[in-house]
Design a protein around this ligand. Sequence first.
Ligand SMILES: [Cu+2]
Length: 78
Amino acid sequence: MISDFTFAPSALTVSPGQTVTVVNHDSSTHTVTAGDKSFDTGDIAPGKSGSFTAPTKPGSYPYICTIHQFMHGTLTVR
Ligand SMILES: [Cu+2]
């Protein structure tokens, strides 16, 4: 989830190809976008949710909000 311009948790471990749902509890639109663009929720409006499919290749995938690039987190696939 997202609140106060922060991803919570900021580090998340998922299975390869898992669907990940992100709920935006903030008052601003956010995205969850991988640094290498391997996943991207697109814009998630306040109070809405978005989802993406985790990469199938195990590894560590840093991500940001493309609107607020100081927001970042890491998705681990294993
Ligand atoms: Cu944002």
